[in-house]
Design a protein around this ligand. Structure first.
Ligand SMILES: Cc1cc2nc3c(=O)[nH]c(=O)nc-3n(C[C@H](O)[C@H](O)[C@H](O)COP(=O)(O)OP(=O)(O)OC[C@H]3O[C@@H](n4cnc5c(N)ncnc54)[C@H](O)[C@@H]3O)c2cc1C
Length: 373
């Protein structure tokens, strides 16, 4: 996190909704709040345009949610998903419209403009703690120079990312576990790395290349820019991981590397509940399965919308139900895919099976692509 000291701490603020985290989900929550007439403030420590490790593929449903907020970031149209392994290819197009590859920086600027236009203030501060009573939430803030103002709000929406400090502070974090053959066992975490290459995209699909230990997914994000994200249980330099993908390396040729490597993980994050009194968790902060199905932003936008409707109605528990409804399909498909491809035989068989059963592959891709409820 980058901290820039504020010259003098402003006076304490009172709003309807304090949004913790100014990533895509926090910014969308602030824009939704403003749209229904709630006053909001966003607390985000990082200055300027925010970049992040991400595959940068927006599913058609996510793109529609952005359009609904009046946000239309430029990028590269995506027609569907293509899986590749050892010369086998399985491909499925989105049936309900196009997706779009969008650089995170471009997405951030577009959402930030929507928030600014809605008159919502973004404070360059970290949330340092949350306390609440029956009527309000107090968000303490800080920056590198010390404590900042306290934000008093009727509700807080915490969208502070994969390692959400708010989730921990509220005791909503759960250890990632799964049931193995011999009872509960801890899973080795998966991690993601990404980098961009200055080259003309060679297709209109998100390509997922499968190797023995990793997946490399390739998203065209502009006419001259392609992002590559590698997901794996093994941690090491991106170049080492890419050595496992000779076909992809060949495709990239001598394209220049135009961004530095960014990473994230462990990806799997669990929560016991999404609502604690007047605080609602949204986006990655509310739990995350894996980046393999590229749905995090679309899902987070659905969380943001549902969280705002719940607080506008004064019914936070409705959010828990809406969160489950929005997340169930994604979590099931992603968890299944991650589990099936854990053993080496599963990884070997996946792409041939997807190629042999086009309706099944198409069905799975379109389950992920359709708008969230
Ligand atoms: C390798 C990889 C590939 C991915 N590929 C895709 C993809 O292709 N498509 C897709 O849709 N999703 C993808 N995802 C998932 C996607 O990146 C996330 O789901 C999305 O960024 C979630 O947004 P968010 O706003 O919840 O969290 P974030 O984007 O992480 O934003 C959280 C914000 O909270 C701020 N914050 C942290 N602590 C505090 C604090 N104490 N106080 C205030 N603010 C704080 C942070 O500075 C940050 O700006 C991928 C993820 C990874 C790791």
């Amino acid at each position: 996190m980058t901290h820039t000291p504020s010259p003098s701490p402003p006076a304490d603020l009172h709003v309807d909704v304090a949004v913790i985290g100014g990533g895509p989900v926090g910014l969308a929550a602030a824009a939704y709040a403003a749209r229904v007439g709630l006053t909001a403030v966003v607390v985000e420590p990082r200055a300027g345009t925010i970049d992040k490790a991400c595959g940068e593929g927006l599913m058609p449903g996510g793109l529609q949610a952005l359009a609904d907020l009046g946000v239309d970031p430029p990028g590269h149209d995506l027609r569907g998903i293509r899986y590749l392994a050892r010369g086998r290819v399985a491909e499925a197009d989105f049936s309900g419209g196009l997706g779009r590859g969008v650089r995170r920086t471009v997405l951030h600027d577009a959402l930030r403009r929507a928030v600014d236009d809605a008159g919502v203030e973004v404070l360059q501060l970290s949330a340092a703690g949350v306390t609440q009573d029956e009527r309000s939430v107090l968000v303490r803030t800080e920056d590198s120079s010390g404590p900042g103002p306290t934000v008093s709000a009727a509700w807080a929406i915490a969208a502070d990312g994969l390692h959400s400090p708010t989730r921990r502070c509220l005791g909503l974090y759960r250890e990632p576990r799964t049931r193995g053959a011999d009872g509960d066992q801890r899973l080795a975490g998966r991690y993601g790395l990404r980098q961009h290459y200055g080259t003309r995209p060679w297709g209109d699909h998100v390509e997922v290349h499968w190797s023995r230990h990793a997946e490399a997914y390739v998203t065209p994000v502009a006419d001259d820019l392609v992002g590559v994200a590698v997901l794996s249980r093994q941690r090491g330099p991106l170049d080492d991981s890419l050595a496992d993908f000779p076909h992809l390396r060949e495709r990239l040729g001598d394209a220049s590397v135009v961004t530095s490597v960014r990473g994230a993980g462990p990806l799997r994050q669990r929560t016991s509940r999404r609502v604690a009194g007047r605080v609602l968790l949204a986006g990655d902060a509310s739990g995350y399965v894996d980046a393999l199905t590229g749905e995090g932003i679309s899902l987070g936008l659905a969380h943001a919308r549902a969280a705002v409707s719940a607080v506008a109605a004064g019914e936070p528990d409705a959010y828990e139900r809406a969160w489950r409804a929005a997340t169930r399909r994604y979590a099931l498909l992603t968890h299944t895919l991650v589990q099936v491809t854990r053993p080496s035989w599963g990884r070997r068989l996946l792409v041939p099976a997807a190629a042999a059963l086009p309706p099944v592959f198409r069905g799975a891709v379109n389950e992920l692509a359709r708008p969230n409820p």
